[in-house]
Design a protein around this ligand. Structure first.
Ligand code: PLP
Length: 395
């Protein structure tokens, strides 16, 4: 193979390019009609009432944290095996992050370890949970919801890895990630390595109208433009019987976390092919699984799970560093997801240390993410599998 094989990459088609060009030629570069179109289509895709498009997935998390009213000292539980932004959003709002260990089989936050944290703390200690559909495998959001209601917690589902993924609930009903049935808010990212790419971009989905309104407001500086909600008098505003047309109020401290119209056009165009991409990802996962399932060097792998969206396909292997270097020599750029968040120097300052979360730490020692993206060719995948096999055969 002469072409390098990355672990993930975007797929930009001619239609995508046309959609962006069309928007560039329109009257709007930002805050135009493409944003609402993208939001509506995305809400339909996941089955939520509302969707709010924002500048990126991290901005989505930040706005979620603010809209739920996290305050200084509030404790929120998340997983250490995630991109740091899942945890950082709590810190942006002044809250404290408490990491729960993962389930070594699913690599997802372990509900029993969440339960233990809740049971061991005085009532009201924790305010919320941020589970992550890590690698594209949906968390058991139904079970988490049950636990959250017991302890009066909110849930932000970080579904960045799982657009189109779903959980089969107790009634065997499909609960699509981000549909708002069991989580208060869910967030997505449109960074190029994710399923749907818009350059930078993010989305928040919810079924809660109050949170939706709050998010819209926080996305644009905390500005309200609605006669019925103004706090200053008509007289102050400079009107007689009504508020003048120019009038608006900044009622709280918000941000500029908007997405541009041409990014929304790209996201929207990509969204039309999301199911196609998901089908390819599942095909690729199927081939990996079949190839590796009986190999003696495999300690664990993502496997075949209904509803898994396969953002990543993960193996747990011995001699991981050597394998990683060996693959690089052959221009296969596997990746490691993730260095446990609690052991990042930033989080160590709060007392987190090695040994705190043994399953997450053990997972990190062995995990490697294989190339996984819809345009990965079958010959390329076979090349990857054959290289891995030859590496272990030579050991
Ligand atoms: C990508 C990602 C984010 C952040 O998204 P950005 O758009 O890069 O800000 C957050 N959480 C997870 C799990 C992610 O994979």
């Amino acid at each position: 193979m002469d072409k390098p094989i990355p672990y993930g990459r975007q797929n930009i088609t001619e239609e995508d390019i046309s959609a962006v060009i069309e928007t560039l030629k329109s009257d709007y570069l930002t805050q135009g009609p493409k944003i609402a179109e993208f939001e509506n289509n995305f809400a339909n895709y996941v089955g939520s009432e509302y969707a709010v498009a924002v500048a990126n997935g991290t901005a989505a998390l930040h706005l979620c944290a603010l809209s739920l009213g996290i305050e200084r000292g509030d404790k929120v539980i998340t997983t250490p095996i995630t991109f740091a932004a899942s945890a950082n959003c709590v810190r942006y709002a002044g809250g404290e992050v408490v990491f729960a260990d993962i389930d070594p089989e699913t690599y997802l936050i372990d509900i029993e370890s969440v339960r233990r944290l809740l049971e061991d703390a005085p009532e009201g200690t924790y305010k919320g949970i941020i589970p992550v559909d890590f690698a594209g495998r949906p968390v058991d959001i139904e079970a988490l919801n049950k636990l959250a209601r017991e302890y009066n917690l909110w849930i932000i589902e970080d579904a960045c890895h799982a657009p189109g993924g779903f959980l089969l609930d107790k009634n065997n009903d499909k609960q699509i990630c981000g549909n708002g049935k069991y989580a208060d808010l869910a967030i997505f990212s449109f960074h190029p390595v994710k399923h749907i790419a818009s350059g930078e971009g993010g989305m928040i989905t919810t079924n809660n109208k109050d949170l939706y309104q709050k998010l819209l407001q926080l996305r644009t500086h905390g500005i309200v433009k609605d006669d019925s909600r103004y706090e200053n008098s008509i007289e102050f505003a400079g009107g007689k019987d009504n508020y003048p047309l120019w009038y608006m109020e900044m009622q709280e401290l918000g941000f500029n976390y908007r997405i541009t119209d041409f990014q929304a056009a790209l996201g929207n165009s990509q969204l039309q092919r999301a199911d196609e991409g998901l089908k390819e990802r599942r095909k690729i996962a199927g081939r990996y699984y079949k190839f590796f399932k009986d190999k003696s060097y495999i300690k664990g792998q993502s496997g075949i799970i209904e509803g898994h969206a396969y953002h990543l396909y993960i193996l747990e292997v011995p001699s991981r560093l050597e394998l990683y270097d060996f693959l690089r020599e052959h221009k296969i750029y596997a990746q490691i997801h993730y260095i446990p968040c609690h052991l990042m120097p930033y989080y160590r300052q709060f007392g987190w240390k090695e040994g705190d979360l043994p399953y997450a730490e053990n997972y990190y020692k062995h995990c490697i993410s294989l190339p996984m993206y819809p345009t990965l060719q079958e010959e390329e995948q076979e090349y990857v599998m054959e290289k891995i096999n030859s590496f272990y055969a030579a050991k």
